[in-house]
Design a protein around this ligand. Structure first.
Ligand code: FES
Ligand code: MG
Length: 546
């Protein structure tokens, strides 16, 4: 350590604080994190700690193939082992793009040291052709490009206008939902979720977080002191109020599994039910994260639903949730509403059960079409993503807008890695007719910025021999959201017959991380963690290296 030019007294009894950094130029959402780490360090020095910044695997949503989700558990292992093996007393997690938050929190939970999360913050609101845009618009633009309404040059300009500052996606996609998740769990300072990456207050929050982690080490406030069952219930309710990403379900389950709090997929429906949409942010609402910040940020959202929150939960600033949200009434009710006048009565996630998803499936009602909430339609089946791509724009595809699109083998084991392809684009010939939504069912995920009547995370997945694997073209499927049902209307005897003919595709992966993944990943309704990573091992290492 002395070769870094550190004075001797720095090593005498100061709390050593690790800054776990997901900076990478291949994760553009986190590309400003070295600068952010400097603010954290300043805070650690001020409070009498000694900061040590270290890199961990960084998961960028936009560039990684086949999907960043394939590597969430791998990154969590990197984080866990890096924290435990090195002599650190507390950790600051620098999280931004989607998977960087759950992977870091999962890994840190398995060590259970004092820990604070600092998020990188959302980008400024995008601008294109005189209007405000965000990542959700990109889906619309790319459909427009497919329909020939938008040229490639226009699409490029829109993309540049959308990404005009540092930070992660500026809508309530997965990254922002994860930032809200850590704040509602009590793992970040209040206000962390919404301060734009480009705003000077982001650095202030980072510096204050650095100061605070040193105090937390002195007071020995660990993750497990904050992550109680009540904290998880708060997070589910807040995710409903913001209509956060469906990915929240998988990541929160995985985090609960690490820290050892019992949480089931049914809890997400149970605790979401009485919460309306309070934050008017895309894709379920109209505005952007920047607007949410000006309207008071997440503390104002939590203030609006405080009657439904456990106000006595402890947070990393040493105060309770109730103390943090006290007096934080919304500054702009067109962006953050009162509970009494919400933007939508339906919010949160719905958990469906039925013979097509015995262990559960997820739907985000605020992003779906009301007219399709109770619908029976004929299945149009795609065996895998290649089959889908091959057929979807075929003018001879036998499909109309009353049909149900079914995509198999995009689950945790089937793809593998459960990519965000669940909101599959509609058939070109229906787009041309002006159709904008249809029921889509898969064992995959959807981007937090996506929308539509999309049933996701079907469990057990097709590659595990779930009923999804047995669906054939022409079968009737009934979606009944009010009654939380999803059923394949095929006689049980016929299903048994099909099941006996079903063959598990041979595992294509014989080596490397992907083999480990396929061998050990659990189903989506359990959080898609590895079976052997659940729980925690603490921070002690009993043996030395020399
Ligand atoms: Fe990183 Fe959207 S691509 S947050
Ligand atoms: Mg995403």
């Amino acid at each position: 350590m002395k070769n870094q030019g550190i004075p001797d007294d720095e090593f005498r009894g100061k709390p050593v604080i690790g800054i776990c950094n997901t900076w990478s130029e291949l994760t553009p959402c986190n590309a400003h994190f070295r600068e952010l780490a400097e603010s954290v360090k300043r805070g650690i020095w001020e409070a009498g700690g000694f900061p040590v910044e270290f890199p961990v695997m960084s998961l960028g949503e936009t560039l990684m193939k086949p999907t960043a989700m394939l590597f969430r558990n791998l990154a969590s292992m990197d984080v866990e082992e890096s924290i435990r093996a090195n002599p650190v007393d507390g950790v600051v997690l620098l999280c931004g793009c989607d998977k960087t938050t759950p992977s870091l929190v999962m890994g840190a939970c398995s060590v259970d040291l004092p820990t604070v999360v600092v998020s990188g913050g959302p980008m400024l609101t995008g601008k294109y052709n005189g209007r405000d845009i965000g990542t959700s618009d990109l889906w619309r633009f790319s459909e427009d490009a497919r329909r020939g309404i938008m040229t490639e040059e226009e699409l490029n300009l829109a993309e540049a206008g959308m990404c005009r500052s540092r930070g992660h996606c500026a809508v309530m996609g997965t990254a922002s939902s994860m930032a809200c998740m850590v704040e509602s769990l009590g793992l970040s300072l209040p206000g962390n979720a919404a301060i734009p990456a480009a705003d000077a207050n982001r650095k202030v929050l980072a510096q204050l977080s650095g100061r605070r982690i040193v105090e937390m080490v002195r007071d020995d406030v660990k993750l497990s002191d904050i992550l109680t069952r009540e904290a998880f219930e708060n997070a589910i309710r807040v995710n409903a109020a913001i209509s956060g990403s469906t990915n929240f379900v998988i990541h929160l389950l995985a985090i609960a599994g690490r820290i050892g709090v019992p949480l089931s997929i049914d809890d997400f429906d149970r605790y979401s039910r009485d919460i309306p949409l309070v934050a008017n942010i895309q894709p379920s609402g109209k505005y952007f994260m920047e607007d949410m910040y000006y309207a008071g940020g997440l503390p104002s959202v939590m203030h609006a639903i405080r009657a439904h929150l456990h106000l006595d939960c402890l947070t990393v600033n040493g105060r309770t949730v109730g103390e943090n949200v006290d007096g934080r009434r919304s500054l702009n009710t067109t962006v953050i509403a009162d509970m009494e006048q919400p933007f939508n009565e339906v919010a949160g996630v719905v958990i469906l059960k039925g013979n097509l998803c015995e262990s559960g499936a997820v739907l985000k009602p605020s992003a779906a079409s009301q007219a399709l909430m109770q619908h029976t339609g004929r299945a149009v089946v795609f065996e895998d993503i290649e089959d889908y791509k091959h057929k979807i724009d075929d003018p001879d595809l036998d499909v109309d807008e009353t049909c149900v699109l079914v995509l198999k083998n995009v689950g945790p084991k089937g793809y593998p890695g459960m990519p965000e392809v669940g909101n599959m684009g509609l058939p070109a010939k229906l787009l041309e007719k002006g159709i904008t939504d249809m029921i889509r069912i898969s064992d995959g995920r959807m981007s937090g910025t996506g929308f539509g009547t999309v049933v996701l995370h079907v469990s057990p997945e097709a590659a595990e021999g779930g009923t999804l694997a047995l669906v054939e073209d022409g079968d009737m499927i009934r979606l009944d959201v009010p009654n939380r049902r999803l059923d394949l209307l095929v006689e049980e005897a016929e299903l048994e017959q099909r099941r006996s003919n079903w063959k598990n595709a041979a595992n294509r992966f014989t080596r490397g991380y992907v083999k480990l993944f396929v061998d050990h990943v659990e189903q989506a309704h359990l959080g898609a963690d590895f079976d052997f990573l659940k729980g925690k091992s603490g921070s002690e290492v009993s043996r030395d290296s020399h």
